[in-house]
Design a protein. Structure first.
Lengths: 316, 302, 273
């Protein structure tokens, strides 16, 4: 029934059709809502199934011996000692190269770089670098670090390859967290007579540590799980020894010898076991995979929490 | 008369400032140096390969066996593997990623989204070797129950898992760009009586298209360059086939396969992986630059 | 030039009441460009010492640009070009001369911004920061100067019990007074205010205004304001700017009651702007 006395009088069927169409739309919306919900849960479910699968096949293998034994031809006696030590030392190399260079590059691009073609070029370069397949970093490391610089198939070469790989992550995280600081804070510092570096060192860096550490954690978690670049430099060998200790008994008490030691790492050890026939080796692989997953997922969770807290603590 | 008396502490500050500009600029250039290192290494080490192999044979040979005594150089055999696994991955990632992006941006409430988005991003944080394990030892046996003649190594299984891995790239970037479509445009369509999905498909999707396209292009680049999943689950034998049920090596898997063996500097095997790497670099460079341009265009539009 | 500043006051001594007739800053033929765009057109004025000088005019007239020339803030962004001179008395330094270090200029010209912008640090550290930049490191000296600045900014009583709490816990008006304390802690010659009350409620605004009037006993004040009543209430001198030019400059009372130029009269009577 038309409710006003307007001049247009429409047949009942017109409103009927409108109502039908509206009901149709509501139905479609509700169907899509369900579809979206189901697909979200399914997609996340893959993660759950993955973890469950690893736990079922691998949890039984994880014990003290597994953590403290070298790899072995007999699956039951094999362990991941050289693998986790290798991963740890690789991360030392990666972090000490990627963090200073990445943060410096982020600061330079965000706070110093003039707006010109050169800067544009550097930016395009970084965004491309973030998309370069990881195995190409391995090829670069093979040609450049292993042979050209004669580092050999060492922790140094592997760690630097991973550092190059995660450099864009650190740069982007640094830039993004600097960008959240309002320009009025910079102006306040400059107006009091701070140099640009003083503004960065006294203010911008301290206020963006939350965002930068989030990025660094994500970068490290990415590096821990990478295997392709390490395989390319030839790290997939049987390593039943540990690199020389970084601390020694005589002066100068520290030694860089370990940097040039051959190594293996967790994901490589896992790949090694995956590609062997036999269920026993596969449960070794599952155990190594479970440990890898726990490390990377908890690092990611830490990063998420840190980001949330950083957002909550500082409101501009 | 003309100037303030220079203060000694100011002189130190000035020196520090100048020093730091150089230090920080060096950091910026380090990233350029890495690209430079990749390009120079690839060109230098693959040069002898491309010099020795007639260009025509790259295209006309049907097999890729550069290490055999009678070598064949049909790089198409590797590209086929990359093409098929990439297509399978995209068939999973693009529809799934897009639907999730629409759902999270237009339908889900903010709390749910804040909780789900980081969870989804965990999918791209899983080490790829773990995905490879999962594809080979869980998904393939499962798929074999449906297709009994699926081989133990299959591009289908590897591609599907790869698709799951790149879903977060599509969803995350896609959702960001959809949410930055101004509310006003949505309201225009709502005011005409359109439903939520209608608005999403007819207004938000086109409005965010260059952002979504960037997400798709970057997803392609990821899939083309992914290594461990295909090396573990799709097989290491180069084969000129487009049947996803078969096994075939991708460009990346070939590099892994050769790297597993003994690889003296300057040998034909050594040169051939750099040649494959150069091809891979060119492909991903194209996608990355296109993705960068699309994302820029999107940022400028909003 | 020295004829206009008959008072050769010793360098950094706080000014005394006797110098109130002196000129603090002489702006001479100042033009300013951003790229090819000319924002200021040959502005000349003598800013008297220990007075409040207000810069008024419609949006885009160049008043904030002029204020930001005074502490060389424009140097932070590319494409700036100064023409002319800004001479600070008593030493006669032209602060826009290229050989003059802008950072030393900023140490002598304090600035308070439109929106309160305290650092996300403690109240104490906010005030102490400028002092630290100028090499004050002794705890005792810092404590004294921080307290003095907070007292002068009428914030001491509210803040003394929580000096080491975050500045962001203060209210908007308190934050702005903190920014004033931060700007005056280093004993600058001139304090520049860029619409300091535009983000504040009326009560907080009147507190800031009282503070500015109080401050001129000790420092020269320049203030950009959109609010004509505010200019009338607190300033001794007023400069009216329009399209990058200084139209009229004189004593506030005279300007508001008997403007010499028709544009000034139009603006003051609310016919445009």
């Amino acid at each position: 029934m038309p409710c006003d006395g307007g001049s247009i009088v429409r047949p009942k069927s017109f409103y009927h059709a409108q109502e039908k169409r509206a009901r149709h739309r509501r139905l479609i919306d509700r169907a899509f809502r369900w579809l979206g919900m189901i697909l979200t849960v399914t997609t996340l479910g893959v993660l759950g199934v993955l973890l469950l699968n690893l736990a079922m096949n691998g949890l039984g293998r994880i014990d003290w011996n597994f953590l403290t034994s070298f790899p072995s031809r007999r699956a039951g006696e094999a362990g991941i000692l050289s693998a986790w030590v290798g991963t740890l030392l690789l991360m030392v190399v990666t972090a000490s190269a990627a963090i200073p260079f990445g943060v410096a590059a982020g600061i330079y691009l965000e706070e110093y770089a003039p707006k010109n073609r050169m800067t544009d070029f550097v930016e395009i370069n970084i965004s491309n670098l973030a998309g370069v397949p990881s195995i190409l970093y391995g090829l670069m490391a093979l040609g450049l670090f292993v042979y050209q610089f004669r580092f050999g198939q060492s922790l140094l070469a592997g760690g630097l390859a991973l550092a190059c790989l995660v450099l864009p992550i650190v740069i982007v995280a640094t830039r993004e967290s600097l960008r959240t600081i309002p320009s009025s804070i910079r102006e306040a510092a400059f107006a009091l007579g701070a140099t640009r570096w003083q503004a960065v060192w006294h203010h911008l860096l301290p206020y963006s540590t939350g965002g930068i550490s989030t990025g660094v954690i994500l970068a490290m978690s990415r590096a821990i799980g990478e295997s392709a670049p390490l395989i390319t430099i030839g790290a997939l060998t049987f390593i039943a020894f540990l690199p020389p200790a970084p601390l020694i008994a005589h002066a100068p008490f520290v030694s860089g010898e370990w940097l040039f030691s051959p190594f293996t790492a967790l994901p490589i050890q896992m790949f090694n076991w995956v590609s062997r026939p036999g269920e026993e080796f596969q449960s070794n692989a599952a155990a190594a995979g479970l440990i890898l997953m726990v490390i990377t997922l908890s690092m990611n969770a830490a990063a998420i929490l840190l980001r949330k807290r950083a957002q909550r603590n500082i409101t501009w | 008369m003309a100037s303030f008396p220079p203060s000694p502490s100011r002189r130190v500050d000035k020196m520090v400032e100048e020093l730091m500009v150089w230090v920080l600029r060096a950091g910026g250039w380090a990233s350029v140096l890495v690209t430079f290192g990749i390009v120079v290494t690839l060109v230098k080490e693959s040069w002898p390969f491309f010099e020795a192999v007639p260009f025509g044979r790259l295209l006309t040979d049907t097999m890729w066996t550069p290490l055999f005594s009678e070598p064949q150089y049909g790089i198409g055999a590797l590209l086929a593997g990359t093409l098929v696994t990439t297509i399978v991955a995209l068939l999973v990632a693009i529809p799934l990623g897009t639907i999730l992006a629409i759902y999270l941006s237009e339908f889900a409430d903010a709390k749910f989204r804040d909780w789900v988005k980081p969870m989804l991003e965990l999918l791209s944080a899983v080490p790829t070797v773990v995905y490879g394990y999962f594809a080979l030892l869980t998904l393939t046996p499962l798929l074999q129950k449906i297709y009994p003649d699926l081989s133990q190594f299959s591009m289908l299984s590897a591609g599907m898992i790869m698709g799951i891995m790149i879903v977060p790239y599509v969803t995350s970037l896609g959702e960001d760009s959809m949410r930055s479509v101004p509310m006003l445009l949505r309201e225009g369509a709502y005011a005409l009586g359109d439903g939520k999905l209608g608005v999403a498909v007819r207004v938000v999707f086109p409005g965010a298209f260059s952002g979504l396209a960037a997400a798709y292009v970057l997803a392609i680049s990821r899939a083309v360059g992914e290594t461990m999943i295909v090396a573990i689950a799709a097989g290491l034998q180069p084969r000129m086939t487009i049947n996803p049920l078969e096994s075939a090596a991708t460009v990346t898997a070939f590099i892994v396969q050769v790297s597993l063996g003994d690889l003296p500097h300057g040998s034909i095997g050594y040169q051939s992986i750099f040649a494959a790497g150069a091809v891979l670099f060119l492909m991903t460079l194209g996608f990355n630059l296109a993705g960068h341009a699309l994302r820029r265009r999107f940022h400028r539009a909003t | 030039m020295n004829s206009s500043s008959p008072n050769p006051r010793a360098g950094t001594e706080p000014p005394t009441a006797g110098s109130s007739e002196a000129i603090k800053v002489q702006i001479q033929g100042l033009s300013f460009f951003y790229g090819n765009h000319q924002v200021l057109r040959s502005v000349s004025m003598d800013v008297p010492a220990l007075k409040v000088t207000a810069l008024i005019g419609p949006s885009g007239c160049g008043k904030t640009t002029l204020l930001r020339c005074m502490n060389r803030m424009h140097d932070l962004y590319p494409g700036n070009r100064y023409v002319g001179r800004i001479v600070v008395q008593p030493d006669g330094t032209d602060i826009i001369a290229p050989e003059v270090d802008p950072i030393q200029v900023r140490m002598r010209f304090g600035m308070v911004f439109q929106k309160p912008n305290p650092f996300p640090k403690s109240i104490y550290e906010n005030v102490a920061y400028g002092l630290r930049l100028q090499g004050v490191n002794q705890r005792k000296e810092l404590d004294e100067k921080v307290e003095k600045a907070l007292r002068e900014a009428a914030l001491w009583d509210e803040a003394k019990s929580r000096l080491h709490q975050m500045a962001h816990n203060l209210s908007g008006g308190q934050q702005q007074r903190l920014c004033i304390a931060r700007a005056i802690a280093t004993d600058p010659d001139v304090v520049l205010f860029d619409e300091p009350t535009s983000a504040l409620d009326p009560i907080a605004t009147s507190k800031i205004e009282e503070l500015i009037v109080e401050l001129k006993k000790r420092v020269t004040v320049m203030i950009v304001t959109h609010n004509l009543q505010q200019a009338g209430r607190i300033s001794d001198m007023t400069a009216f700017m329009y399209l990058g030019e200084l139209i009229e400059f004189g004593e506030t009372n005279r300007m508001f009651t008997n403007p010499a130029k028709p544009q000034t009269e139009d603006y003051i009577s609310g016919r445009f702007g």
